[in-house]
Write a protein that binds this ligand. Structure first.
Ligand code: ADP
Length: 300
């Protein structure tokens, strides 16, 4: 249904021949459709909390006008809805920023170790709040990469936020990182430890990880509910939320993994997921290591 061809027909003067040029417009049409689907989804997602907000305002002005007891409850819900809108807008802005810088290749030399550790440290309070043990496994040595620092920080934060969000209180989240060799030793080099039936490569598209050499790796494993296999191919699509169909109560925008996928593509890296219902999930990323790693360099 997407296929469209534009035909250009010219008569070649005096030859009796006709030249027909066919131009494949399919990619153009697909991009236009993706853009309009995205706008429709974004508007819908923004309208939902807004509708709730105006509904409560109406009620508080009308039927519940003098019911001060209900007001507190309504205000709580309204605060939640406006938070949800803020999160959505923040995620939408991230996506648009990333799309804007898509054509600018990452150029700064950064330390992957530092990025992972800083992100984990930033989220430690959330783990503490829910008595989740954050287990960081990786060398202090620097792992140089050529990257947009803020973008890679966002990848680690999004994956870690999900691991914490979908974990039960009292659980454990294990963050392992390193170069390809060190990850091969650890249980669960991203995408290699669990059987084929429990994992899927989300990036690069097409399944087989085209792993750059040398590369750096990160794997974030949780003991959460797991994700049903049928959802896996669609993770990373904008607004796709697997737990909605399970009636999940955990809030989210469905944009976190889309952002992760985008950023990893921008860094010529990869993204994989391993998961088993009732046991947990592990998200793995990898990207090229910068040339000239100085062994023994300590990240402080
Ligand atoms: P959300 O804001 O909904 O968390 P994401 O794009 O980050 O959006 O994730 C998409 C969906 O993938 C989530 O709605 C959830 O169903 C599923 N998911 C992501 N990470 C995990 C995880 N660690 N454990 C279980 N499910 C997850």
């Amino acid at each position: 249904p997407d296929e469209t061809w534009r035909a250009n027909v010219s008569l070649l003067q005096g030859t009796g021949h006709t030249l027909v040029m066919l131009e494949d417009l399919t990619p153009v049409r697909r991009a236009a459709r993706a853009r309009s689907d995205f706008l429709a989804n974004a508007s819908h997602e923004l309208r939902t909390p807004l509708t709730a907000l105006s509904g409560f305002i109406e009620t508080m002005r009308g039927p519940a006008k003098d019911d001060k007891a209900s007001w507190d409850r309504f205000l709580d819900i309204m605060a939640g809805e406006s938070e949800r809108m803020s999160r959505l807008i923040a995620d939408l802005l991230s996506l648009s920023r990333i799309e804007f810088s898509e054509h600018i290749a990452p150029s700064e030399r950064e330390d992957f170790t530092r990025i992972v550790r800083d992100a984990a440290e930033a989220l430690q309070p959330i783990a503490d709040d829910r008595s989740i043990t954050l287990d960081i496994r990786g060398d202090a040595a620097a792992l140089p990469v050529i990257a947009h620092r803020d973008e890679v920080v966002q990848v680690v934060e999004n994956l870690l936020t999900n691991a914490l969000k979908y974990s039960s209180a009292g659980g454990r989240v294990t963050v392992s990182y390193g170069d390809a060799a060190s990850m091969a030793d650890a249980r669960g080099m991203a995408g290699q430890a669990w059987p084929e039936s429990d994992r899927m490569t989300l990036l690069p598209a097409g399944g087989r990880p085209g792993v750059p050499d040398p590369s750096v790796w990160l794997r974030i494993e949780d003991q959460g509910p797991g994700i049903e296999r049928e959802h896996l191919p669609r993770l990373g699509e904008r607004f796709y939320r697997a737990d909605q169909s399970r009636g999940g109560k955990i809030t989210g925008t469905g944009l976190g993994l889309a952002i992760v996928k985008h950023i990893m593509a921008h860094h010529r890296g990869g993204l994989s997921v391993e998961t088993r219902m009732g046991e947990g999930s592990a998200f793995g990323i990898w990207m090229p290591a910068a040339p000239g790693r100085t062994a023994g360099t300590k990240a402080v």
